[in-house]
Design a protein around this ligand. Structure first.
Ligand code: FAD
Length: 509
């Protein structure tokens, strides 16, 4: 009996056990479909990078002797939906079995489950073999708990997978977490590592995407795309990161700079999320660098925490709370996104830079996403669902399982504090401490009100005033409310008025 196996655009792992044997009775199907380009408006580079990766894997499988059916976006026979194309391929090939790898996004998981249940084919869903925790590991670990602390999950994962442990099971270096050492601003030294990512000319692919009518935004210079198309290229990026950037990753993890968009971050999220790389090998490479004396423990622990801790934990939050997590809006925020989210044309230099980088590279590092863009959205009261769609569309690494809890939970506190113990809210003082964005900005970082005052300041205090009922009892932000209590009414009234005026003209900031 012939078997059809589906590969999604984020299932580009050539080492999956499926490919261990060549079987002429198995047909692998990959498809570029409008269903996937159009569910939100996407950055051009995200569409290009995923399609290019799919085309590369299809070639690799063909040259290894596998049967492959590849549907391009402009193929006249393309029905532009996963299930529409599956029906056509299965009936044309007279296959009796259908198999697929578990999708990471809820919407695809239920779509394929429902379609398969009604299809009458034999077969079923198998693991993508990618993650280190199963979908419900976090839910089981936190059963009955009101708050889900990442740190507890992370220690569980360290112990379970034997990462950075002494033989007796204690953490190496005598502590689990070196975060307190990872908060230095970057003043230009050590130099930012050279960008060693591959470069590809995808002009023909871009023409096919455009001629099929796909809409997109962001920098679409297809002739020099810097994202890896296959595992070999991703491995080269990993190697360069470990050698050149990892030793400084910890120190400058939270830094921001107008002269270094990437700083010492790995840029590996795309390769990880489309499964060109396995998290285990990335973690092992970092741990080996420490054991060989090549990188300090604080840097290596900090990096490993992002992958073994945050990445797996975030996925656990997603699966424990879907469906429904996407409609959370605990703070009742509803302002539309300012138009400059699509252009970067704002006078606030930090946002100009962070949104500008996002539009240009389809990437921004974590602190730009969290403390510049997300922080502004939180303080200004932007609609978290609209923001979620923006983050899902713009970033090269954005897939709902990882983007949604980061945006709605960590950054917007829209889940009411399940994921974050307090809102990630900060005024211009934080921005100034961690980078050089305030230098040369038309707004004054040390003013709260007035035409030149940095908007983050009044919005910051106003945010806490507006949400005092919910937040003032939170011991982690007691200091903010003590400071507010020390202000007289005239001062808080002036802040409220200035913030209301700012919120009424966000497009003009
Ligand atoms: P590095 O700084 O080099 O970190 C190494 C790796 O750790 C990353 O590649 C990533 O796989 C993992 N990681 C780090 N932080 C997180 C985190 N909070 N959650 C999950 N994994 C993490 N990451 C995505 O992969 N996709 C998203 O759509 C996404 N959306 C985000 C939205 C918001 C509002 C915020 C605050 C963060 C988001 N992140 C997302 C997390 C993080 O910002 C990116 O993973 C990181 O910036 C990717 O760049 P990098 O590979 O250079 O990361």
């Amino acid at each position: 009996m012939k078997t059809v196996r589906l590969l999604l655009g984020d299932q580009l792992n050539p080492l999956h056990p499926w490919f261990e044997q060549v079987d002429p009775e198995v047909l692998y199907v990959l498809m570029e479909v409008r269903q996937e380009t159009d569910y939100v408006l996407h950055h051009a580079q995200k569409i290009l990078a995923i399609f290019a990766g799919m085309r590369s894997l299809a070639e690799q499988l063909r040259s290894a002797g596998h049967q492959v059916r590849y549907l391009t976006i402009d193929d006249p026979g393309n029905r532009q939906s996963l299930t529409g194309n599956l029906e056509a391929v299965l009936s044309e090939t007279k296959a009796g079995r259908f198999e697929w790898q578990a999708p990471d996004e809820y919407r695809l998981d239920i779509q394929l489950d429902a379609w398969f249940a009604g299809s009458g084919y034999a077969g079923g869903k198998t693991s993508s073999m990618h993650f280190l925790a199963n979908r419900f590991e976090a839910r089981n670990l936190f059963a009955g708990k009101k708050q889900w602390r990442m740190e507890n999950f992370y220690r569980h994962m360290r112990r379970k997978h034997g990462v950075l442990l002494e033989p007796d099971g204690d953490p190496v270096g005598g502590q689990w977490n070196f975060d307190a050492e990872n908060r230095k601003p970057w003043r230009g030294q050590p130099p930012e590592p050279v960008d060693r990512r591959p470069q590809h000319d995808h002009t023909a692919l871009w023409q096919a995407i455009c001629s099929a009518g796909v809409r997109s935004f962001g920098d679409n210079s297809a002739s020099a795309l810097r994202w890896p198309v296959n595992r070999d290229e991703a491995l080269q990026m990993l190697d360069a990161f470990i050698r050149e950037a990892l030793p400084h990753f910890g120190d400058y993890q939270d830094a921001m700079s107008t002269s270094a968009a990437r700083l010492f971050h790995s840029l590996l999220s795309f390769a990880l999320n489309v499964k060109m790389l396995h998290p285990r090998e990335v973690i092992a490479a970092a741990e080996t660098a420490w054991r060989n004396g090549h990188a300090p423990l604080a840097a290596v622990e900090g990096f490993i925490r992002q992958i073994l801790g945050w990445r797996e934990y975030i996925r656990g939050v997603y699966w424990a709370h879907m469906p429904g997590y996407d409609s959370n809006n605990a703070l009742g925020h509803d302002a539309p996104l300012p138009a400059w989210f699509w252009t970067g044309n704002t006078r606030m230099r930090c946002l100009q830079e962070s949104i500008g980088n996002s539009l240009k590279h389809a990437h921004a590092h974590h602190i730009q996403r969290l403390m510049v863009i997300g922080n502004f959205a939180l303080l200004a009261g932007l609609d978290p669902q609209a923001l979620h769609r923006w983050y899902l569309g713009i970033y090269i690494d954005a897939f709902e399982w990882v983007e949604l809890p980061n945006t709605l939970g960590m950054s917007q506190f829209a889940d009411g504090g399940l994921l974050a113990s307090k809102p990630y809210a900060a005024s211009a003082a934080y921005m100034h401490r961690m980078g050089d964005y305030c230098r040369g900005c038309v707004y004054k970082r040390d003013q709260r009100i007035g035409p030149e005052a940095c908007p983050y300041n009044a919005l910051y205090w106003d945010f806490h005033l507006r949400h005092a009922e919910r937040l003032s009892k939170n011991p982690r932000i007691g200091m903010v409310y003590r400071n507010l209590a020390a202000m007289d009414t005239a001062e808080t009234d002036a802040i409220r008025q200035h913030a209301a005026a700012l919120r009424a003209r966000l497009d003009a900031l």
